[in-house]
Design a binder for this molecule. Structure first.
Ligand code: TYD
Ligand code: MG
Length: 422
């Protein structure tokens, strides 16, 4: 048995043998900017920051059934139709199933090379016999298996090991590669998180399966910004692009309704108007009231309720509170606070908010309405869509003339607007 100091010594790099000199380059050296490959789906390209970068690895995460395979098959077909090599490896569905889907989507004429395989060694051997494709899709990384690694497909070591081998191929050949990764709630299969540091781009495909709309978001991008989204609608013929999403998440009813507030959200450079709905149910008994939230952070709702209770003297403690963001949209913009508060106060008072009004602002624990980014852009979009009134932070700039704007300093001012002397 070796003793410990010898082991440590033997692991040190010996400077006199082995090792090659690495090459240093200057930061300002004009490098070749790789030409990006457009996917043929403008919304996909937008979320990618302008198309697929050759040699890059993209992780596409999302719940099962959300539409990842559909989106990638559509992009694969478009690129193949342009005459570029595209390989689609399905580890989940048999080739016949993918072909049937392609037929339904009207894509069966596209020269995509399709294979049903799960062995990474087989896949890489096959790819080695042909010119590297422009796009390689692996659907999904959790079904892949490498015989150089112990464990069943889907375990952390397998998922990492397979991804490592595939990414090396992509880098060496300049192939843009998309790895599909299902988001899993239980820990039996390794989720996409274990790969996030290995890939260049992490995207998430989101939406409620029961709703039509899907949002493609970049969570990490080594080649571009991460604030642009792609918006799609799931239709009978696959995913349709939604180029102008600003009105999608409005319900389009005519009469104002208590508990409903419209929030001009920002997604990257595009404003999107979203309806927030609140329902308050008074409890007779002393049972613990429920708080249920769809599309927003439940911790943030608890905070807002506490602020409304302590700063405005409203009482939610014996009432059930339900909050819903319309259309399956998921809000992450902190400027939504005031619109949520407006919906809650309106529901509690059972009085609708002023007709065709939008609400924006962050609410602090002290109950102050804080400034938000791009207030002018949000309000101009609202005005363009026919909204006549805006409520938000007192110092908002760039307010369009068409819109009547009321600056609020405190959440108490909001309560005055809704229940007070209007
Ligand atoms: P899919 O792409 O298989 O999801 P994922 O790969 O993320 O698991 O999409 C599955 C759902 O999409 C399925 O429930 C049916 C629906 N769908 C349509 O509504 N229209 C279509 O044209 C297609 C192909 C799928
Ligand atoms: Mg799939």
């Amino acid at each position: 048995m070796e003793d410990a100091p010898a082991t440590v010594f033997s692991m040190k790099h010996d400077l006199s043998s082995g090792g090659r000199a690495v090459e240093f380059v200057d930061l300002d050296k004009p490098g070749k900017m790789p030409v990006r490959q457009a996917t043929g789906l403008a919304e996909f390209d937008r979320a990618l920051g302008g198309g697929l970068v050759p040699g890059s690895a993209i992780l596409m995460g999302g719940d099962p059934g959300i539409g990842k395979s559909t989106l990638l098959l559509q992009a694969a077909a478009k690129i193949a139709r342009e005459g570029h090599g595209v390989v689609y490896v399905s580890g989940e569905e048999a080739a016949g199933q993918v072909r049937m889907r392609a037929e339904r989507l009207g894509l069966s004429d596209a020269p995509v090379k399709l294979a049903a395989a799960t062995g990474v060694r087989d896949i890489l051997t096959t790819l080695g016999t042909m010119p590297p494709p422009r796009l390689l899709v692996i659907d999904s990384i959790q079904t892949m298996h490498s015989d150089t690694i112990e464990g069943a497909p889907g375990t952390v070591s397998q998922v990492r090991g397979c991804a490592f081998e595939l990414i090396r191929y992509a880098k060496e050949t300049g192939t843009a590669m998309v790895l599909v990764g299902h988001v899993t709630k239980d820990g039996t299969i390794a989720g996409p998180r274990v790969l996030e540091h290995m890939v260049d781009v992490v995207m998430s495909f989101e939406g409620e399966r029961s709703h039509q709309y899907r949002i493609l978001r970049a969570l990490k991008n080594r080649f571009g910004a991460v604030d642009e989204i792609g918006v799609f609608a799931m239709a009978g013929e696959g995913l349709e692009e939604v180029a102008n999403p600003s009105m999608l998440f409005l319900t389009g009813r005519d009469e104002p309704l208590a508990g409903s507030a419209v929030f001009p959200a920002m997604e990257g450079t595009r404003p999107v108007l979203v309806e927030i709905q609140a329902l308050i149910v008074r409890l007779q008994s002393g049972a613990t009231p429920r708080r249920a939230v769809v599309g927003w952070d439940s911790g943030r709702l608890a905070m807002l309720l506490a602020v409304l209770e302590s700063r405005c003297g409203l009482n939610f403690s014996s009432a059930e509170v339900y909050l819903n963001v319309a259309g399956g949209y998921r809000l992450s913009d902190p400027a939504a606070d005031l619109a949520v508060a407006a919906a809650l106060v309106s529901a509690l008072a059972d009085k609708p908010l002023p007709d065709r009004s939008v609400w924006l602002g962050e609410v602090s624990l002290a109950g102050e309405i804080r400034p938000v980014a791009h207030a002018g852009l949000r309000l101009r979009e609202a005005a363009k869509l026919g909204f006549g009134a805006g409520f938000g932070p007192a110092d908002a700039k760039g307010i369009p003339q068409k819109l009547r704007y009321s600056g609020l300093r405190q959440v108490m001012n909001l309560v005055d607007q809704v229940v007070g002397t209007q």
